[in-house]
Design a protein around this ligand. Structure first.
Ligand code: SAM
Length: 268
């Protein structure tokens, strides 16, 4: 069912769901269509924890950016950045480290359009509409937008690598990004997994194929291998709620229910 909205970029097919807009819906955003909401509800009916997974991922990203800024990171390349929501990477980074530079990259026109709108006039930020599989383009455009690859950069791959099929060799994509950054740079990954999940999670994941890109659930060992050349910082690759929870957060006894891992590595 099509919807008339003044925020819809030209050329968008509002009858086909998109990963970015389904995620936006789960985060309580307003930039999604009926088709996205219907798919989200169908997935949620099969996997009731899915909304929590998405929110937990977003909260992890904020925690990690705050952590990285506190470590002195001043440049962030956020790939698969999504539709802007509260507490975006540039807001966290600029609050913690005025003068930080942030470049967003997404394949989804709605995500890119809205990122452009909220970043208009914000110094040190930029947006690229690109497929992360085109690493040369991502790096080249980022440089044009002000990222200095002779200085450390944090490459953020939050909730995006599971959209890259095995045939496109996600490990080599991460390796290409990793080799473009200097020692002292960081790599952040969060990624969906079937580890510790009931069978219906795997079934629900197949529904994601309706967006045109089926999510690939990967085991911890494979996701860990993407950090080659980077030393995982404490606590390593863990279920998302276990990555440096805030001291006031209650201890999460079942972090595996979110079905996604998170980790941050530093290039030595
Ligand atoms: N990184 C944000 C976060 O963690 O809150 C958003 C994650 S959202 C689940 C995944 C985003 O990755 C979507 O906005 C989608 O459009 C984008 N994406 C998927 N495949 C991509 C690709 N090949 N290149 C760039 N972006 C991609």
């Amino acid at each position: 069912m099509a919807e008339a909205n003044d925020w819809v970029p030209a050329g968008i097919n509002v009858n086909v769901p998109s990963a970015a807009r389904v995620y936006d819906y789960f985060l309580g955003g307003a930039h999604n269509f009926a088709v996205d909401r219907a798919l989200a509800e169908q997935i949620a009916a099969m996997t009731p924890n899915i909304g929590e997974t998405m929110r937990s991922n977003r909260v992890f990203l904020r925690r990690a950016v705050r952590h990285l800024a506190a470590q002195g990171v001043r440049q962030f390349l956020d790939i698969g950045s999504g539709i802007p929501t509260a507490g975006n990477v540039h807001e966290i980074a600029l609050e913690a480290a005025p003068g930080a530079r942030v470049v967003y990259v997404d394949i989804d026109p709605v995500a890119v359009e809205h990122s452009r709108a909220i970043l208009a006039g914000v110094d040190g930020t930029g947006v690229i509409c690109a497929d992360m599989r085109d690493v040369d383009r991502v790096l080249g455009e980022s440089e044009k937008l002000g990222l200095d690859f002779t200085e450390p950069v944090a490459v953020l791959l939050a909730g995006v690598l599971h959209f890259v099929p095995d045939d496109d060799d996600p490990k080599s994509i991460v390796a290409a990004l990793g080799s473009a950054v200097v020692p002292g740079s960081h790599l952040l990954i969060s990624h969906a997994t079937a580890d510790g999940q009931p069978p219906e999670v795997v079934e629900a994941q197949r529904l994601s194929g309706r967006t045109g890109t089926e999510i690939v659930l990967r085991p911890a060992a494979e996701i860990t291998s993407y950090f080659e050349g980077f030393d995982l910082v404490e606590p390593g690759l863990v279920f998302i709620p276990r990555w440096r929870p805030d001291p006031q957060d209650p201890v999460d006894e079942h972090p595996e229910r979110v079905g996604a891992y998170a980790g941050v590595g530093k290039k030595g």
